[in-house]
Design a protein around this ligand. Sequence first.
Ligand code: CTP
Ligand code: ZN
Length: 153
Amino acid sequence: MKKELKVSPIENGTVIDHIPAGQALNVLKILGIHPNTDAVLSVIMNVRSSKMGKKDIVKIEDRELKREEVDKIALIAPNATINIIKNYEVVTKRKVFLPKVIEGILRCANPNCISNVSEEPVNSKFITISENPPVFRCFYCERVVGNAAEYLI
Ligand code: CTP
Ligand code: ZN
């Protein structure tokens, strides 16, 4: 029997667990955490999970992510769990919820969509039509996007 991989616990911060394998870097992108960040981060990819087969985990030390900033990751990680850690203990555990309207995170797959061709800056805007699996419809041209990870701006 294979043992579960043990990763070090953190003292304080946020642990995003149950990210689909391979999506950890996209989660950081949606959170606006860029490669030059000075946040203390652990990115754990492709670890064994009893619920998911394989999964990714992101740990951000000394930061308590707010609900609004974290819910957007449901675009690509609808089953993610957000754990707030204080003094080595999980003090809050919750799921993510897709916002009804997604602005400026996804680009429309339709090259002729006004959000892609306009000279004026028109922010992309999608309406959530299914939460899990996540499916979105462009507010402007009605093109449907099911594979959000491939259309992140
Ligand atoms: N964790 C951490 N540092 C801590 C406490 C927990 O990094 N001081 C991490 C754990 O490694 C795990 C996540 O936070 O990835 C949630 O911890 P816990 O609730 O203890 O784990 P599980 O019971 O396995 O969570 P779930 O039921 O959500 O699968
Ligand atoms: Zn469109």
